[in-house]
Ligand binder design. Sequence first.
Ligand code: NAP
Length: 232
Amino acid sequence: MNTVKTALITGSNKGIGFEIARQLGNKGYEVIVSGRDEVKVKTAAESLEKQDIRVKSLIMDISNRKSIEKAQGELAADNVKLSVLVNNAAILLHEDSNIFQDISILEKTIATNVYGALQVTQAFIPLFEYGARIVNISSGGGSLSDSVGGWAPAYCVSKTLLNSITKQMAYFLSDRGIVVNAVCPGWVKTDMGGKNAPRTVEKGAETPVWLCTEAPEHYTGLFFRDKQIISW
Ligand SMILES: NC(=O)c1ccc[n+]([C@@H]2O[C@H](COP(=O)([O-])OP(=O)(O)OC[C@H]3O[C@@H](n4cnc5c(N)ncnc54)[C@H](OP(=O)(O)O)[C@@H]3O)[C@@H](O)[C@H]2O)c1
């Protein structure tokens, strides 16, 4: 019997997603490295393989429903069962600077950061094992109890929506024993976070990985940073 647990991480060809895949791989998970660019995904998967991590690659553009369906079909045909899904892939557009900007900036951001995560989760529900864990990578920028400050408004609104969807997911998946949380990784040095960010990817991935593996199951439907519950 195959007892290796499988984790799918969206947008894991680089940044925090790649590091989550690496840390889960080191804990013995088979990791599915996923992204929209074939070359980048292949390179990331090869790098993990060299570290003796069990890896599968999956090409999936989370902003494209057909791409999600195709990816789901590939895993289903392979009889993959998921213990973990990390909705990590997201965008932060350079031009996102004022809530009264062109509405297309909000539309594009929400299409990936919100509908992407929701549609990926919905598509993969049939593949989840009982007691699976879903971790939605959110941001303090999406918290309604943080002071707003005007930074990246479309991105912040998208993460507020993702937080709200996290609570809905936790409710609607509870009868399958599925635990769903949102997490802020902190301000992390990645292409998105920039070079001035104080956190390493190792630290940024730490709490998401804890939520995927060890956090108490009764914590479902909550928002975390640094292994502590934070307010929505
Ligand atoms: N860095 C921070 O300080 C920070 C703070 C708070 C929250 N977060 C959150 O943490 C998560 C990871 O961020 P990061 O800093 O690691 O960002 P990143 O370095 O920009 O990586 C983002 C990943 O998402 C992928 N992606 C974007 N759009 C996609 C799509 N439509 N389909 C599939 N994959 C897509 C990217 O693929 P490509 O390589 O093809 O673009 C890349 O693999 C995000 O949810 C972000 O909002 C980050």
